[in-house]
Design a protein around this ligand. Sequence first.
Ligand code: C2O
Ligand code: CU
Ligand code: CU
Length: 469
Amino acid sequence: EVLRADGVVEAQITARQSNLTLSGRPARLMTYGGFPGPTLRLREGETVRLNFTNNLPEATNLHLHGLHVPASVDDPLALVQPGESRLYEFTVPRGSAGTYWYHPHVHGRVAPQLYAGLAGLLVVEGPLDALPELKGAEEHVLVLKDWAFSGDRIPAWTPMDWMNGREGNLLTVNAAVRPTLRAQKATLRLRLLNASNARYYRLALENHPLYLIATDGGLLEKPVELSELLLAPGERAEVLVRLSRPGNHRLQALPYDRGAMMTHGGTNGMMGDQGMGQGMGQGMGQGMGMMDHGGMGGMGDTGMMGPMPVMGPTRLETLLTVVAPASPKPLPLPASLAPVERLEPARAAATRRLVLGERMAQAEFFINDRMFDPGRVDIRAKLGTLEVWELVNKTDMDHPFHLHTYPFQVLSRGGKPAPYRAWKDTVNLRKDETVRIAVPLRDFGGVTVYHCHLVEHEDRGMMGVLEVR
Ligand code: C2O
Ligand code: CU
Ligand code: CU
């Protein structure tokens, strides 16, 4: 899909209806030609001419999630009508090597379009990828996504889905249920994307720590050893895995309570290794049965008048099995990765407070008491300044906060300073939590947006407009 000549890359991305086979069952989806869509590998400094064509029967567009490119190019409000095309032309920023992605951004339709399979990865490569400890690793891209079907179709959204965000009990990695990754090398570099609408993944690999080397906006200063990694919707992470013993090691999603309102009697994410999990591994039949007869299927009819909702965490799920080579000898860890700029929050030109709120029964979501209005500017800021934003979650549910165009750094969470400097574009806010971020508004002005990346909430109002001049 990619043509490269003299520092210019040309690529074509087409959105279309597609009939795929997921876990042995036919599924009617909307994709960029498959799920995930083609991974575009770009290099820092290159000029990219990305032609996007909409062959769907409805309006859509293409958002370059996380890339620091002008909002006039990556315009979250511009639509591409059926049969039309749009050219996205930009320069890949220096120092941005990392893992990004593309997906639709049509307000009110992001949840159905993303859920149906419109997502793909953008991998930016830079000079540091030549470090022997990175270059010598076996690289894999892992796109995490859950689904639910009724027959071969994705059912309509219920009021409960709009409140909680839609999950599904068919968990996939690159569209495969519990695939096996047979490692040829003992050091793996995994580029992880949470492309789910609403599911959180608290990831852990059996018998091995994860060495975090990059977050949303690129490489860290040095690897950070983690026993587990929480990936909220929209977030990416790159980890090194140093396989130290042969055999099978499961990549698992540990239980996590994001505060979603669930019902008794088998709903999304309530089946794990202890329960229906084995059945799901064989195919979608049982999982779908649960959907049709047990839980969420009935919610549309009963709405909020049904069984009393309870707050429900997910159970442990196996996502993937890594098979290590016979006598694994992993590479040493890189001693240092990339310099990460130190921002000076004391010199911030403005400090703002953004409070996330909800009116649950109506499935309406707010930032500073207002629902999204594309005709209103919520924040006016000055180009070339640094701002500090205090993100306050006043709800009973986690929300992954996302800002377009301008990568930021987390300063503190719940009053505690961030443990390391990292570039982010999406940061999870747990219930009743306050996170402070430093946002450099640099290089180009324009009109852009920030929103909750639990995309049902974005569709239902939890989004604002930022104008930088
Ligand atoms: Cu992936 Cu407006 O976001
Ligand atoms: Cu985005
Ligand atoms: Cu939200």
